[in-house]
Write a protein of this length. Structure first.
Length: 252
DNA sequence: GCATTAACACGTA
DNA sequence: TACGTGTTAATGC
């Protein structure tokens, strides 16, 4: 009975070939870990605990970061790459998607509620993922006001996102859903590191929004005509974040 | 109709 | 060269 250190699903998602390199890369990604917004105002002691106890794994494109039904043992952060979190209905039908780019953290809800994970998270491209153990997370929760403030803001923001998403899925067309997804990906409050340029291919975007790549391409050109984004090679620049949020499919 | 898949040519890293 | 992108045609709901 030694539950500590058992993380079979994490191992499944880890690229075997890269395990040997983990020690070296862990050091370089430690800086990324501690530069997260929630980590900035921690005491030195807490920062030390965080970097000592958080494990960092690389996940290959298409690999699982966590799976629905898993026991929730950690708070998950994307240090590099892009992760798709998909909520699915009991029938197995996908109902909503959210993208988590570098700098984003998720899973605090499941951690707080102490229930099995209710969604899958899949790396859309090769990603570096941090797993903060429940104990460390609880320690921060018990001892740091800035950390609590970060969580409160993030939860509130996320709640708004999900409420909006339900509405959009039913009321809006593909182009507008694409616009909303782009705005959500770049939400500065949730993901401060993202800036205004998204290194996201159209295929990744298609997976995120639930459309074909061709349809996403068509939608992007529409948004480009509306001067909301600039489409580039393997990425795009968001010109008008507010405009994207408000985009309502000028069809009628 | 509208979106998807399949297939192709082209440009970029 | 390998991969992402832009486009078109055929197919399905």
């Amino acid at each position: 009975m030694a539950p500590i250190g058992t993380r079979s699903t994490v191992e499944d998602a880890t690229v075997g070939a890269r395990v040997a390199k983990r020690t070296a890369s862990t050091i370089s990604y430690n800086a990324a870990l501690l530069s997260a917004r929630w980590a900035r105002d921690l005491t030195d002691e807490l920062r030390r605990r965080v970097s000592a106890e958080t494990t960092i794994h690389s996940v290959a494109a298409g690999g699982y970061v966590c799976r629905k039904g898993d026991r929730v043992e950690s708070w998950i952060g994307v240090l590099d790459g892009l992760v798709k979190v998909s909520s699915v209905s009991p029938e197995g039908k996908s109902v909503s998607f959210i993208g988590v780019p570098s700098g984003g953290w998720f899973g605090e809800g499941s951690l707080l509620k102490d229930e099995p994970r209710r969604y899958d998270a899949v790396a859309l491209r090769s990603s570096i993922v941090a797993y903060m153990p429940r104990n460390t997370f609880m320690l921060l929760l018990d001892s740091s006001v800035p950390f609590n403030r970060f969580l409160l803001i993030q939860l509130n923001e996320r709640l708004g996102q999900f409420v909006a998403m339900v509405e959009y899925d039913r009321l809006l067309g593909p182009d507008a859903r694409l616009a909303k997804e782009l705005a959500a990906l770049c939400n500065p409050l949730l993901y401060p590191g993202t800036g205004n340029t998204l290194p996201v291919s159209q295929e990744e975007l298609a997976n995120l929004v639930g459309l074909s790549r061709q349809r996403v391409n068509q939608g992007l050109r529409q948004l480009e005509r509306a001067r909301l984004v600039r489409v580039g090679y393997r990425g795009l620049t968001l010109l008008d974040l507010d405009g994207l949020r408000r985009y309502e499919d000028g069809v009628r």
